[in-house]
Write a protein that binds this ligand. Structure first.
Ligand SMILES: Cc1cc2nc3c(=O)[nH]c(=O)nc-3n(C[C@H](O)[C@H](O)[C@H](O)COP(=O)(O)OP(=O)(O)OC[C@H]3O[C@@H](n4cnc5c(N)ncnc54)[C@H](O)[C@@H]3O)c2cc1C
Length: 438
């Protein structure tokens, strides 16, 4: 008799945890992801700010699961689910809309950026969600300095060297502080015509405080730290406009050529594929056993699922996704081997952390609220522990140690994507003017 087939869509934190929990399950497991790598999103900002290279935060999925013989990894994009026929619709580089049948389905497709109804902002304010996003942000930041150095008109330096981050949650705070240190220490001696330390970094949020999910005390500590690093923090006003010349906040224009979106996220279209009830954000409402009502064979986990605990929705964080993925895998395993089901899912909150520059982090876990160097050491140890492989843990540890001691950063190459212009028009003009004046 053929074995039951379990399809997992998404090899992020939730999907990978589910696959690992099914390691000894008598089933054929298909893990489908549109990329070939598992990405450690919490460290994306370090790629964007040249601390780490992409391969230090992303690992090939099939490499992680190479010893898991019951699991096949497929690189493909799921575009729909047929609940009645029990199949997912998959497109890959070679074939479009191929139906693949399942007995059990785990959807772990995560989230993408949300511009809160202002999709026109996307062109000028890219977000930070994938390796490509982080590389694009790094290119943009490094290119701004190169363009300014080539530009003889000092009046143009101001907007080239102004960096605006929209969204003062953990990603915005971490990115702003890493950028502040990058411009004031790493790049300090590298330019002749411009002073990188004069760069302006502005962090904008409509919320009244940074790190709004943390306690007021930690928020305040983080804001003070940001200001000490030279970041200008503007709170309490939403962004009215983002265009090629910068952003408009509370009627005031901040001229900038580099705006990065670190605000909202929107779930994947899993709710639309399934045509089931979602919450206001579009996340699939699931039951306490993480299945979709009326479909005990369909599980939804992580950022694309909505589940309340103690009257509050669970947050979109890696721990929730991992614990839910593990639970879904365990439940399916038990069903298949005839064991009683586990008790309903309950999230164990281990706490939250955010790093604010070199040697400083905030940590909140239950009644423990700490900030400073100790919290930073805990942040570093925990992030290393959760990287996908031991070789990555070693590589990242060594890179961090090197950066901490020397202030130097690993990856400062501007790698233009195919078809893009090698230089921006402003730099072209400046170079032509310089040549002509000789
Ligand atoms: C910049 C950033 C910083 C963060 N920092 C933290 C942090 O410090 N701490 C924390 O706890 N959380 C953090 N988070 C949130 C955390 O990363 C997410 O909560 C977590 O990744 C959710 O896991 P997931 O499995 O639901 O989705 P993801 O990890 O996003 O995985 C989704 C997977 O599904 C795949 N996929 C999506 N759609 C399809 C499709 N149609 N077909 C095939 N494959 C598909 C994607 O390629 C991806 O591999 C951060 C997120 C970001 C973006």
């Amino acid at each position: 008799m053929s074995q039951p087939r379990i399809i997992i869509v998404g090899a992020g934190f939730g999907g990978l945890a589910a696959a690992k929990a099914l390691k000894n399950t008598p089933a054929e497991i298909l893990l489908i992801d549109r990329t070939n790598h598992h990405l450690f999103q919490p460290l994306l900002y370090q790629v964007a700010t040249s601390v780490l290279t992409p391969s230090e935060i992303a690992t090939p999925i099939r490499g992680i699961l190479r010893n898991q013989k019951n699991t096949t990894v497929i690189m493909g994009e799921v575009t729909g689910v047929d609940k009645d026929q029990k199949c997912v619709i998959v497109s890959d580089a070679d074939r479009q809309n191929v139906p693949i049948a399942y007995d059990y389905l785990i959807l772990a497709t995560g989230a993408s950026h949300s511009y809160f109804g202002h999709n026109e902002f996307a062109e000028y304010a890219p977000g930070l969600k994938s390796v490509a996003d982080a590389e694009a942000a790094r290119n943009k930041i490094l290119l701004a300095f190169e363009t300014a150095e080539a530009e003889e008109d000092a009046d143009r330096h101001r907007d080239l060297l102004t960096f605006v981050l929209v969204g003062a949650g953990p990603t915005g705070v971490e990115m702003a502080s890493a950028l502040a240190i990058f411009v004031r220490s790493t790049l300090k001696s590298d330019f002749r015509r411009i002073d990188p330390a004069s760069a302006k970094i502005v962090l904008v949020d409509m919320a009244p405080r940074v790190l709004g999910t943390f306690s007021e005390g930690l928020s305040k500590a983080a804001k003070q730290r940001l200001e000490k690093l030279g970041v200008e923090v503007r709170l309490g006003h939403s962004v009215d406009q983002i265009d090629a010349d910068g952003v408009v906040v509370a009627g005031e224009r901040i001229a900038s050529k580099t705006v990065i979106w670190t605000a909202g996220v929107a779930p994947s279209p899993a709710g639309k594929w399934l045509n089931v009830e979602t919450d206001r954000a579009g996340r699939v409402r699931i039951q306490k056993d993480l299945t979709v009502p009326g479909h005990p064979e369909i599980f939804v986990v992580g950022d694309t699922a909505s589940l309340d605990q103690n009257g509050k929705p669970l947050p979109g964080v890696a721990q929730v996704a991992m614990q839910q993925g593990r639970y879904a895998g365990k439940l399916i395993h038990r069903r298949l081997v005839g064991d009683p089901p586990p008790s309903p899912f309950s999230y164990f909150d281990k706490g939250s952390m955010a790093v604010v520059g070199k040697g400083f982090a905030v940590l909140q876990s239950g009644k423990v609220h700490v900030s400073g160097f100790g919290a930073w050491l805990a942040w570093a140890a925990i992030h290393l522990q959760f990287l996908a492989t031991s070789s990555l843990r070693l590589a990242v540890f060594l890179q961090w140690a090197w950066t901490y001691v020397t202030g130097q950063r690993a990856d400062r190459l501007i790698v233009n994507p195919p078809g893009s212009e090698p230089t921006r028009p402003a730099a072209d003009t400046a170079i032509k003017k310089a040549v002509a004046s000789r």
